[in-house]
Design a protein around this ligand. Structure first.
Ligand code: DGY
Length: 435
C-alpha cells in the first residue's frame, strides 16, 4: 500500500470523533454535511462500519421537514464562529433536539451511498444499511423540490453563500452590492488559527451573518425566505449534486424495491435536466453559471462549479466538448498549460485570487467531481491530467484544504493553503488511488 494512502488513513483516524469525522482540527470542529459525504467515501475503503456511522450521525441532525443542516454540533468547541447560539435553530418548528445550523449544503449523500455500495464487499449487509437510511435521504430531496423550487421548474435555490459550499466565490460580490448590512460584532476564530489572507474578509462575514440574522427573524420559514431573502441563487454545483444524487437514489431505490420513490425521483430529475440546460448554460462563457433568482439575471462568471454538471451527466457531448476546451489551452489550463487543474475561479478573470479560499485555489473535492465527470464523457486525457495534478499537489504538500493553481508559484512554495490534515483531501485521495 502506498505511503500516501497510509498517511491519508491516519488523517481520517485522527479526525474521527466517536461517531463522526471533523473536517479539520481547530478550524472546523463539528460535523459538516457535504464534508461528511466525501469523508464517508474515504472511510468506505478502510472501515465500512465507520463510513455507515458517519452517515447515521449526519442524519441525527436532520430536521422534521427533511432538511439537513450544514453543521451538526454533536460536541462543544470554542474554536469556531458562528456556533449554535448564533444560528438558534430551535426558532424553527422543524429543528431537532441536537443543536444544528439553520442552512444546508450541497446534497452529496445520494451518490456517495452508491459509491459506498460499489466498494462494499458484503452487498447484502450494505443493502440492510441502505434500507435504514434511504427514506431519510429521499425526504431530503423531497424537501428541496417542495420548498426550494418556487417556480416549480426543477431547479432549487440556495439562500446563503455557505449553502453553496463555495463560500466566497467572487460571484457573490455581485450579490453583496445589492443590499446593505449593519456592522455586526464578529467573534471570528478562523483568522486566529490560520493565515487570515487565505480566508474571507470581515466585510464578507458581515453579509454571511446578516443573512442568518434575517432567517432567524423569519424563524427559518422557507416561504418567508423565498419571498424575502436578498440572496436567492440557482447554483450549478448545488443542483448538479442534487441531480447526481437523484440518479443514484433511482438506481439504489430499484435494488430496494422503492417503486414510488423511484418514480418521483425520475420526474424531478427529468424536469431538472431540461431547466438546467436552458437556464444555467451561458453561450458566451461556454459554461454553466449561477442564476440570481432574486434579481432575475445570469451571473456570467466561470468557476470550478461550471464543470460539475459533467458529474451529473447533464451536458450533451457537444456542450461537454465546449466545457473541456477550457482545460485544453483555455482559460483554466492557461494557453501554455501554466496552471494546474482546476482553479476554483476563472484564472483569466480580474477577480481571480490564487490564494484566497474559493476565489481561485484548487480544492480536492471539486477536482474529484470533475475527474469523475470527465471520465463519464470519456475525456480520458483531461481526466488523467486532473488526477495527476491533484496527486502531485497532495504528494508535494500533504492534505491541505486548498492549493495554489499556478505552476510557477508552486516552484517556491512549501505549503498548501488553509487548514492542514483536512479530511476530505485525505478521503478523496484514498479513493483516487484505489480506483
Ligand atoms: C466556514 O466556516 O468557513 C464554513 O465553510 C462555513 O460552513
Amino acid at each position: 500500500m502506498s505511503s500516501t494512502i497510509q498517511k491519508a488513513k491516519q488523517v481520517l483516524k485522527n479526525n474521527w470523533k466517536e461517531g463522526f469525522t471533523i473536517p479539520c482540527e481547530g478550524l472546523y470542529p463539528f460535523q459538516w454535511f457535504w464534508d461528511s459525504g466525501f469523508i464517508a467515501l474515504g472511510w468506505a475503503h478502510i472501515d465500512m462500519k465507520k463510513a455507515q456511522q458517519e452517515i447515521r450521525s449526519l442524519l441525527n441532525g436532520q430536521w422534521k421537514n427533511g432538511f439537513i443542516p450544514h453543521i451538526i454540533f454533536h460536541n462543544e468547541s470554542d474554536t469556531y464562529f458562528p456556533g449554535p447560539e448564533v444560528y438558534a435553530a430551535s426558532l424553527s418548528k422543524n429543528s431537532p433536539e441536537i443543536p444544528t445550523s439553520g442552512i444546508t449544503q450541497p446534497p452529496v449523500t445520494g451518490f456517495i451511498l452508491e459509491e459506498m455500495y460499489g466498494i462494499a464487499e458484503d452487498k447484502e449487509d450494505f443493502l440492510t444499511f441502505l434500507d435504514e437510511v434511504y427514506e431519510a435521504i429521499y425526504k431530503n430531496h423531497e424537501y428541496f423540490y417542495t420548498h426550494r423550487d418556487p417556480e416549480k421548474e426543477g431547479l432549487v435555490y440556495i439562500c446563503h453563500n455557505w449553502e453553496a459550499g463555495t463560500d466566497n466565490t467572487p460571484v457573490w460580490d455581485f450579490i453583496w452590492e445589492t443590499f446593505k448590512v449593519p456592522d455586526y460584532q464578529l467573534d471570528r476564530r478562523d483568522t486566529k488559527l490560520i493565515d487570515a489572507s487565505h480566508r474571507p474578509t470581515n466585510k464578507e462575514y458581515q453579509y454571511y451573518i446578516h443573512l442568518v440574522e434575517l432567517f432567524k427573524t423569519w424563524n427559518y420559514d422557507d416561504t418567508l425566505i423565498a419571498e424575502n431573502s436578498p440572496f436567492l441563487i440557482q447554483d450549478p454545483l448545488f443542483n448538479s449534486m442534487l441531480m447526481a444524487s437523484n440518479q443514484s437514489m433511482i438506481r439504489l431505490g430499484k435494488l430496494l424495491g422503492k417503486n414510488s420513490e423511484v418514480k418521483q425521483l425520475k420526474e424531478w430529475n427529468e424536469k431538472a435536466k431540461v431547466s438546467f440546460q436552458k437556464k444555467l448554460y451561458d453561450e458566451v462563457q461556454q459554461g454553466y453559471v449561477y442564476y440570481d433568482l432574486r434579481n432575475q439575471r445570469h451571473l456570467p462568471y466561470l468557476s470550478s462549479s461550471s464543470f460539475t454538471p459533467l458529474f451529473a451527466e447533464i451536458p450533451s457531448q457537444i456542450t461537454a466538448e465546449a466545457l473541456v476546451s477550457h482545460f485544453r489551452n483555455g482559460k483554466f489550463s492557461g494557453v501554455n498549460h501554466e496552471n494546474f487543474l482546476c482553479a476554483s475561479f476563472d484564472p483569466s478573470s480580474e477577480f481571480f485570487n490564487s490564494q484566497k479560499y474559493w476565489r481561485g485555489p484548487i480544492w480536492i473535492n471539486l477536482n474529484w467531481l470533475i475527474y469523475k465527470g470527465l471520465k463519464k464523457y470519456n475525456f480520458e486525457a483531461e481526466a488523467q491530467r486532473i488526477k495527476e495534478d491533484t496527486l502531485y499537489l497532495i504528494n508535494k504538500y500533504g492534505f491541505y484544504e486548498y492549493f495554489e493553481p499556478n505552476k510557477e508559484k508552486n516552484k517556491s512554495l512549501e505549503k498548501g493553503y488553509g487548514g492542514t490534515n483536512f479530511s476530505w483531501s485525505a478521503a478523496l485521495t484514498i479513493d483516487l488511488l484505489t480506483n
